[in-house]
Design a protein around this ligand. Structure first.
Ligand code: BGC
Length: 746
C-alpha cells in the first residue's frame, strides 16, 4: 500500500486519510459530470494549437491542472479564474518539469546517481522543490526512474543508470527530496514517478520506439525504482509513451491497473505523458479519439496531459453507458485528494515576490557545488597527473564546451530558464587568480538533425558556424595548445545532444573533437580531459592516450567551480559510474548484470562476442578512481549457511592506504549459482560511500535477506527464493574480487 503520508491543512496539522476522503466526497457530491471531466484534463498554459484559450477553459471548469507555464503572475491570474469564476471553484495544480533544479541547477540525474550517495539527490531535489514552490509550482514531473542500459538512448541522462538497486535508492531519495516528510509539506512539491514503465529499453536505443520486455525483466529490473518511489509515498505516476509488448504504456491495463493499483496499492493519480492519450490513435491502438479516451481511462490513466481527448470524449462515453460515473469518480478522487493534501484550497495563490528571495540563497549554491563534487567520476589518472598544482604556468583551456553555460547546466532546462552556470573556463580562472589562462573553443559542435526544443524555444537557435570559421577556430585552438604546457580539454556533448528525442547512433565525440584532442595530445603537452556529457561516450582512444580523464557529466550551476576544485586538488573525487561505458555504440546495450552463457567469461577464446575486438566494457559499472588508494579486505559472512527467508550480515574492512582523505564506495554483489531461473552473473545488493582519512579503516556492513536473495521467476511465474549456492563479492566496482560463499537451504 502506498499511503501518501497524510497531508497538510494549509500549513498546519497533517490531515488524516479520513479527513481527506471526507473533503473529497463533499467536493464530488456537488460537481457536475463536466466539472469532473475537467479535473481529469491537464492543459498547456500556452496553447500550441488553435482552440479556446486556457483562461476560457478554466473558467468553464475544464481543467484540473496546467503545465508548460512558468510565471507566478500568470499562475495567480489563472488560479483566480479557477477559484473565483469556475463552477466548482477548485484550485488548479501547476506542474512543470523540474528535473535537476529550478533556478539553482544541480548535476543531471545520471550524474547525481554517480555520487552513489542518495542524500545528494535528496538534498538537491529539496532545493529544487523549494525554489519551484516559491515560483508558484505545485507538482514536478520527476523523478525519472527509467532503467537505461543502452547509451544511445538520449534519455539515459534523466535517470539513475542501468541498475535496479541503485535506481531504487535514488528514486526514494528524490521522492523524499521533492515531497518532504509528507505530501503538502511547506516548501515542497508533489513528485511524479515517470515513465511507467520500460521506456528505457526502446529498440535500438531510439527514443519512443517499441519495447519488448518479459514480465521477469520488468519485475526484476525495470519496476524496482518505481516500487521504491511508491513506498516512499510518491503522489503521482506518469505513464510512458511507447508500446510495451504491443500495448502502448498509456493504454496498458497490466501496468497501470493490475500492477500499480491492484497489486501495489497505489493511491495517488496517474497522468499520461504529453499527448499520449491522443497518441493511442496515432500508435495504431485506438480506433479514434473516443476509443482512446475509453481505453486510457479504463487502463488507469486518470489525467490526460494536453491531448484534449478526455475533454472531448469522456462525458459522451458516460452518456453512452460505456463508462460509469463511478469510473469517472475513481479518477477524480485521487486528483482532488492531492489538491486537498497540498493545502491548495487554503492557499491557492503564489507569493509573487518569494522566488527571488529563495533562489538567491547562498546555501542553494553551496549544495549545488557539493552535489557536483560528489557526482564527478575520475576515470583515469596515469602517473598522478591530477591534481594539477595551483602553481601551474602556461595553462590553456580548450574545447567547444569549456565556456558553455548550456552544456554545464545540461539537458532539461526548466521552461524559460536562462543558463547561468559557472563554466569550466570561469571556474579554472577563478581558482587561479593572477594566472593567465589561455582559452580557445575550437570548432563548434551541433546536432545534424535539430532538436525538437528549437521549435519550442526559437531563441535557442544559433546560426551554424561557416566551414571557414570552423577551420579558423580549429587552427586557433591548436595554436593556443602549442603555446601551453598544460591543456585542459573540455569535450563532450551539447545539452541538446542528450535528453528527449536525442538518441544517437554513435557514441563518438561529436564534430571534430576527437581530431582536435588527438592533435593536442600529439603536441606532447600535459593533457587533462574533462567530459561534459549526458551519456557514456565511446572514448576508447582517449582512454588509451590521454593521461587523465574526469567525467564531469552535466554538473549544473556550480559545475565550473566544482571541476576546478577537483582538478586543483581542493576536492578529491569519489563518484562511481552508474552505467557501463561501452567501447563503442555498436556494443550497446551493454550492462554488467547479464546472465552467464555456456561459454565461461574467463575462456579467452570467447571473451569477445565480436571478432573485431574486445566487447568488455571500457569502464565497468561502479568504477571510479580517487586521488588516494583504498584496500577492501576481510570479507566476513555472519553465517555461511542460512535458510530461505532468513538473513545474514556481510562485512568487510575498507582502509584509506594513500596520503589524502577520500571517499570509497564499497559495493556488494551476489550471484546465485543455480535455481529455478538463470540469474545475473552479478547483481548489486548493497553499497555505502565512506569518507576516510589517510590510514583510517572502517568496517562496512550489509544485510542479505529474502529481499536481496529472492526474485521474480520466469519459470515459476511468481516471486520466489531458491535454496541455492551464492557467490558474494565486496569491492570498489562491479569487478570486485574479494569473494565469499553462501549456502541458502530450504
Ligand atoms: C516527456 C515527459 C515530460 C512531459 C511534460 C514529455 O515530452 O516525455 O518526460 O514530463 O513531456 O513536459
Amino acid at each position: 500500500m502506498n499511503d501518501m503520508r497524510g497531508g497538510q491543512r494549509g500549513g498546519d496539522a497533517v490531515l488524516s486519510e479520513a479527513e481527506v476522503a471526507a473533503r473529497v466526497d463533499a467536493l464530488i457530491s456537488r460537481m457536475s459530470l463536466a466539472e469532473k471531466v475537467g479535473q481529469l484534463c491537464q492543459i498547456g498554459g500556452v496553447s500550441f494549437a488553435e482552440g479556446p484559450k486556457p483562461e476560457e477553459i478554466i473558467r468553464q471548469g475544464g481543467a484540473g491542472s496546467v503545465l508548460w507555464l512558468n510565471d507566478a503572475k500568470q499562475f495567480n491570474a489563472l488560479q483566480r479564474i479557477a477559484v473565483e469564476e469556475s463552477p466548482s471553484r477548485i484550485p488548479l495544480l501547476f506542474a512543470l518539469d523540474v528535473i535537476h533544479g529550478y533556478r539553482t541547477i544541480f548535476p543531471v540525474p545520471l550524474a547525481m546517481a554517480s555520487s552513489w550517495d542518495p542524500s545528494v539527490a535528496e538534498r538537491a531535489q529539496a532545493v529544487a522543490a523549494k525554489e519551484a514552490r516559491a515560483a508558484g509550482l505545485h507538482w514536478t514531473f520527476g523523478p525519472m526512474l527509467d532503467i537505461a542500459r543502452d547509451a544511445r538512448w538520449g534519455r539515459i541522462v534523466e535517470g539513475s543508470g542501468e541498475d535496479p538497486y541503485l535506481g531504487a535508492a535514488m528514486a526514494a531519495a528524490q521522492v523524499r527530496g521533492f515531497q518532504g516528510p509528507h505530501l503538502g509539506a511547506p516548501d515542497h512539491v508533489v513528485a511524479c514517478a515517470k515513465h511507467f514503465a520500460g521506456y528505457g529499453a526502446a529498440d535500438g536505443g531510439r527514443d519512443y520506439d517499441p519495447v519488448f520486455l518479459s514480465e521477469a525483466q520488468l519485475r526484476n529490473v525495470y519496476f524496482p525504482p518505481f516500487r521504491s518511489a511508491l513506498e516512499a509515498g510518491v503522489g503521482t505516476f506518469m505513464s510512458a509513451y511507447m508500446d510495451l509488448n504491443n500495448v502502448p504504456a498509456s493504454g496498458n491495463a497490466f501496468l497501470l491497473r493490475d500492477t500499480l493499483r491492484t497489486e501495489w496499492g497505489f493511491q495517488g493519480f496517474v497522468v499520461s505523458d504529453a499527448f499520449a492519450v491522443g497518441s493511442l490513435v496515432t500508435q495504431g491502438f485506438a480506433r479514434d479519439g473516443s476509443d482512446a479516451a475509453l481505453r486510457a481511462l479504463k487502463a488507469g490513466v486518470d489525467m490526460d496531459m494536453a491531448s484534449n481527448t478526455y475533454a472531448q470524449h469522456l462525458a459522451k462515453l458516460v452518456r453512452e453507458d460505456k463508462l460509469s460515473i463511478a469510473d469517472i469518480d475513481a479518477a477524480v478522487r485521487p486528483i482532488l485528494a492531492v489538491k486537498v493534501r497540498m493545502g491548495l484550497f487554503e492557499h491557492p495563490y503564489a507569493d509573487e515576490a518569494k522566488l527571488e528571495k529563495v533562489a538567491t540563497l547562498a546555501e542553494h549554491r553551496r549544495e549545488a557545488r557539493i552535489a557536483a563534487h560528489r557526482s564527478m567520476v575520475l576515470l583515469k589518472n596515469e602517473g598522478g597527473v591530477l591534481p594539477l598544482p595551483k602553481t601551474v604556468k602556461n595553462l590553456a583551456v580548450i574545447g567547444p564546451l569549456a565556456d558553455s553555460k548550456e552544456a554545464t547546466e545540461g539537458s532539461w532546462m526548466v521552461f524559460g530558464h536562462k543558463p547561468a552556470a559557472v563554466t569550466i573556463l570561469e571556474g579554472v580562472r577563478a581558482k587561479l587568480p593572477g594566472v593567465n589562462v589561455a582559452y580557445a573553443p575550437g570548432p563548434e559542435i551541433r546536432r545534424e538533425v535539430p532538436s525538437m526544443f528549437e521549435d519550442f524555444f526559437p531563441e535557442t537557435k544559433r546560426p551554424a558556424q561557416s566551414p571557414q570559421d570552423a577551420e579558423a577556430a580549429y587552427n586557433a585552438a591548436i595554436a593556443v595548445a602549442r603555446a601551453a604546457d598544460t591543456v585542459i580539454m573540455v569535450l563532450g556533448e551539447n545539452a541538446d545532444m542528450a535528453g528527449e528525442a536525442a538518441s544517437r547512433d554513435s557514441l563518438d565525440l561529436p564534430g571534430r573533437q576527437q581530431e582536435l584532442l588527438a592533435e593536442v595530445v600529439a603536441l606532447g603537452k600535459r593533457v587533462v580531459l574533462v567530459l561534459l556529457n549526458g551519456r557514456p561516450l565511446g572514448i576508447t582512444w582517449a582512454a588509451q592516450h590521454v593521461p587523465a580523464i574526469l567525467e564531469a557529466w552535466e554538473p549544473g550551476t556550480e559545475g565550473g567551480n566544482a571541476v576546478a576544485d577537483i582538478l586543483f586538488g581542493d576536492v578529491n573525487p569519489g563518484g562511481k559510474l552508474p552505467v557501463t561505458f561501452p567501447r563503442k555504440a555498436s556494443h550497446a546495450p551493454l550492462y554488467y548484470a547479464r546472465t552467464l552463457t555456456h561459454q565461461p567469461e574467463d575462456n579467452p577464446r570467447y571473451r569477445s562476442r565480436y571478432w573485431e575486438g574486445l566487447t568488455t566494457p571500457l569502464y565497468p559499472f561502479g568504477f571510479g578512481l580517487s586521488y588516494t588508494t583504498f584496500t577492501i579486505e576481510k570479507l566476513k559472512l555472519s553465517s555461511s549457511k542460512i535458510q530461505v527467508g532468513s538473513s545474514l550480515s556481510v562485512t568487510a574492512q575498507v582502509t584509506n592506504t594513500g596520503k589524502v582523505s577520500g571517499d570509497e564506495v564499497v559495493q556488494l554483489y551476489i550471484h546465485q549459482r543455480s535455481g529455478s531461473d538463470s540469474r545475473p552473473l552479478r547483481e548489486l545488493k548493497g553499497f555505502e560511500r565512506v569518507s576516510l582519512n589517510p590510514g583510517e579503516t572502517r568496517t562496512v556492513a550489509f544485510t542479505l535477506g529474502p529481499d536481496e536473495l529472492g526474485y521474480w521467476s520466469a519459470s515459476a511465474g511468481r516471486w520466489l527464493q531458491d535454496p541455492a549456492a551464492f557467490d558474494v563479492w565486496i569491492g570498489s566496482d562491479s569487478r570486485a574480487a574479494l569473494h565469499g560463499e553462501l549456502d541458502v537451504v530450504s
